[in-house]
Design a protein around this ligand. Structure first.
Ligand code: PLP
Length: 396
């Protein structure tokens, strides 16, 4: 008999994954171009040419034992230093290589830091809607997830409710900006207020409460929007980053944690996190990809194609009468459903449209439409969305 927790997970397989599999099934019947699969945040655009060049240059120019060997569990020191320098240039921060720990993507980074921080029974707060994997990651280490209800219509965090939910058992708060699934960027004002509340509550409880800022979408911000660097607003902040989305490298599993020197027990947290990387079985982040990202550290992302998709989808959906949050970042459209979100998702399947119910992000009444797809997927799907709008009496 396998573990009770894994039995539960095996039986409740992620709705997003299930939708992805449904997409493959429909494609085998109707053809790939007749299926409008908006279910997964898998970038449709190839990695920039610089990435391929960097891979070839690493292989041609660097010593092979070095490229493929073990290194410190926290990563190659020169790679960590290059990342710190880049962050300092771009965000006016003051990090050194000793603040950077290379991880197996953002998911690996979150697991490393949660393993480092949590004792069984510790509470971790998240703001709905949120990336549902957080719950699994927190439970991996015996933590208890508490969900702050959503704040409509802005979808900035609900800070009043948040303050009421903090307890002496709160060890961490996970935030995600730009946000999956809403596309909202948390404002400076929100982060200042969040920081004030946490400083006050830490003093009241005599505890340390760490903000874990999960930022795989940091580089995907539209219309010149700035994504505030969270360490500036609250001292006990640890940042998780990955190149999965910004450089279209989700399968390569490469990211990092920023563990600033100012946080409580910095030395112990950093050293323990490096050990977490080891004992979780990651050992270290992929060696070749560390060498590659060092060469791409200032590589900018062309968000033009995502922006064009964002506008085409938003305009198309609102013209049908749907209400959407206009995304400031990431590549997700968050749309209000005229009926129960799960029923709406089922109805959409009749038009070969695959989307994810808001319930999968702890926020029913909405759906997430991932627009990291080919532009024609959007254009060709709009007829189906129009029919859905007609079905529910929304058409303007
Ligand atoms: N965090 C959020 C909010 C995400 O949306 C994702 C992936 O979709 C991840 C973390 C995992 O990213 P990675 O592939 O870098 O592990």
């Amino acid at each position: 008999m396998i573990s009770a927790e894994m039995t539960r997970l095996a039986h409740s397989n992620s709705a997003i994954r299930a939708m992805f599999e449904e997409g493959n099934r429909l494609a085998s019947i109707y053809g790939r171009d007749k299926v409008y699969d908006f279910s997964l945040g898998n970038p449709n655009f190839p990695a920039p040419a610089q990435v391929k060049d960097a891979i070839l240059d690493v292989l041609n120019e660097e010593e092979s034992t070095f490229v493929h060997g073990y290194m410190p569990n926290s990563g190659y020191p020169d790679v960590c230093q290059a990342i710190a320098d880049s962050l300092n240039r771009r965000f006016g921060t003051d990090f050194t290589g000793g603040n950077i720990l290379m991880t197996v993507g953002a998911a690996g980074g979150l697991n490393v830091i949660l393993k480092t921080l949590l004792n069984p029974g510790d509470q971790v707060l998240v703001f709905a809607p949120y990336f549902l994997e957080y719950g699994n990651y927190v439970r991996n280490y015996g933590g208890e997830l508490a969900v702050v209800p959503p704040n409509l219509p802005t979808f900035q965090p609900n800070l009043e409710k948040f303050e009421q939910m903090l307890t002496p058992a709160t060890k961490a708060v996970i935030i995600n900006t730009p946000n999956n699934p809403t596309g909202v960027i948390y404002s400076e004002q929100t982060l200042e207020k969040l920081g004030e509340i946490l400083e006050r509550k830490q003093a009241e409880f005599g505890t340390s409460i760490y903000v874990l800022s999960d930022e795989p979408y940091r580089e995907l911000a539209y219309d010149g929007a700035q994504v505030p660097y969270v360490t500036k607003y609250y001292r006990n902040t640890i940042v998780g980053y990955s190149w999965s989305k910004s450089l279209s490298l989700p399968g390569e599993r490469i990211g990092y944690l920023v563990i600033p020197s100012e946080i409580d027990e910095y030395r112990l947290v950093f050293d323990a996190a490096a050990i977490s990387n080891r004992v979780l079985g990651f050992v270290n982040a992929p060696s070749l990809m560390q060498r590659v990202v060092k060469r791409c550290v200032d590589c900018t992302t062309d968000i033009g194609p995502y922006d064009a998709n964002r506008r085409a989808l938003y305009d198309g959906l609102t013209a049908c009468g749907f209400e959407c949050v206009f995304p400031q970042g990431a590549f997700y459209m968050w749309m209000k459903t005229p009926v129960d979100d799960k029923a709406f998702v089922e109805a959409a399947k009749a038009y070969n449209i695959l989307i994810v119910p808001g319930a999968s992000f702890a926020c029913p009444g909405y759906v997430r439409i991932a627009y990291c797809v080919a532009p024609q997927t959007i254009t060709n799907s709009l007829d189906g969305f129009k029919k859905l709008a007609e079905k529910y009496g929304l058409t303007k």
